[in-house]
Design a protein around this ligand. Structure first.
Ligand code: ZN
Length: 405
């Protein structure tokens, strides 16, 4: 079956559920004859999924649903995603493929720190581990003392974590001076935007090879793509999904090499199929074949979210550009936080960064202010704080706080 036929089959199936019945009202699958017709279909956004709360997305009879997951709704109504047995199996197959791409085998001991429960993370890492035949160590987040004890006693070889939690663990190992008792070889880091500097710190302090695993709760969960040892771009499992990169403003599909928003259509999902789902993750397609030999196409490391970019006094600020900027300044750590406030009729941007070099704090602040002005086009107020003073989180960390509205 060619891609268009697979897409049409998935649309037909999706329209059995009440959500797409109304979202695609008036659309006839028989009228979709070429990719250009498909690319005219309306997008599906997270807000649409919220409206379908609780089970409006379900496209199969109740007896076929074996589990639900929910995306972490910090604001408003959560999104509930129902899974069939096949969905759960398919997810594990993709996850196992991720581990294999990272060179992980059944002899590995996989230390899983992402949370278990409504969130898709922990259980996805575990199902992939079990299907691979490796040993799962289902820690979940928190209790760093216990994490490190288990890591030493069980000789964990793979650490699965968000980037900020991996950094926290790396710092604790360093602080306790137990690095020679740690057996980690690889880190599988859940999708969260992270800069080169943070990557180098985690890799250096833990002494491991790092892999970026991609995914989102709405589309199975983590595990729908990962980078290979040859490069930093991520292979996406296109036998399970079709992806497009669009211009977030116009909605037009962009050619390979152009940065835009990743949009995903599931091809095999039964419980809650999604058609043209806007992930809001910014990336680009990498043209050509990878040297590793895998046929699956690649997307670049996620550089941020289309809804994360903020505009302050006319300048557009992407968190990824702040990462890059700080990476060029010696003495400045990878951790930072941006506060945007409106005071006396003016927008003020304060950038907090960590440094181990307290004596040079004032000079570093001046350098950061200067570089920020040069490269981003806006004069911030830079404020140095000590190492470990900015919050680390077990979940995705937010670095930009817009207090203007
Ligand atoms: Zn590759």
């Amino acid at each position: 079956m060619n891609t268009l036929d697979q897409i049409k089959k998935s649309i037909k199936h999706a329209m059995k559920g009440s959500f797409y019945k109304s979202h695609f009202a008036g659309i006839k699958v028989g009228d979709i004859n070429r990719m250009a017709d498909f690319e005219k279909l309306p997008f599906t956004d997270k807000e649409d999924l919220r409206q379908a709360y609780p089970l409006g997305l379900q496209a199969v009879p109740d007896e076929k649903i074996i589990r639900i997951h929910s995306s972490s709704g910090t604001t408003g109504t959560p999104v509930i995603i129902p899974y069939t047995q096949k969905d759960v199996n398919d997810w594990a197959v993709m996850f196992k493929r991720c581990y294999e791409t990272a060179g992980i085998t059944k002899l590995d001991r996989i230390h899983i720190t992402p949370g278990y429960g409504l969130w898709t993370a922990g259980i996805g890492f575990q199902a992939g581990t079990e299907l691979l035949g490796a040993m799962a160590i289902p820690m979940g987040p928190g209790n760093t003392d216990k994490q490190i004890k288990m890591m030493i006693d069980l000789k964990s070889t793979v650490l699965c974590a968000t980037s900020s939690y991996a950094l926290l663990i790396a710092e604790e190992i360093e602080k306790r001076g137990v690095r020679d008792k740690i057996h980690l070889k690889k880190g599988v880091i859940g999708s969260e935007r992270w800069g080169e500097k943070m990557r180098k710190r985690i890799a250096g302090e833990l002494g491991v090879e790092l892999y970026d695993i991609y995914g989102l709760t709405e589309i199975y969960g983590p595990g729908i793509g990962i980078n290979c040892p040859r490069q930093s771009a991520m292979h996406i499992w296109t036998d399970f999904m079709y992806y497009e990169i669009i211009d977030p403003k116009t909605g037009k599909v962009l050619p390979a090499g152009k940065t835009g928003e990743l949009v995903i259509t599931t091809l095999r999902k039964e419980g809650a199929p999604l058609i043209r789902y806007r992930t809001h993750d910014l990336t680009k397609s990498i043209p050509g074949k990878c040297k590793c030999g895998l046929e699956y196409p690649r997307i670049d490391t996620i550089i941020g979210r289309s809804d994360d970019m903020v505009k302050v006094r006319g300048a557009i600020i992407y968190p990824s550009r702040v990462d890059e900027l700080l990476a060029t300044i010696d003495g400045v750590s990878s951790e930072y936080q941006i506060m945007i406030d409106h005071m006396n009729g003016k927008d003020i941007l304060t950038l907090f960064f960590e440094t181990a070099d307290k004596d040079s704090a004032a000079a570093l602040e001046k350098t950061v202010e200067h570089e920020f002005k040069e490269k981003i086009g806006l004069a911030p107020k830079a404020k140095a704080v000590g190492m470990g003073e900015l919050p680390r989180s077990e979940k995705k960390s937010t670095r930009v706080f817009d207090n203007r509205y």
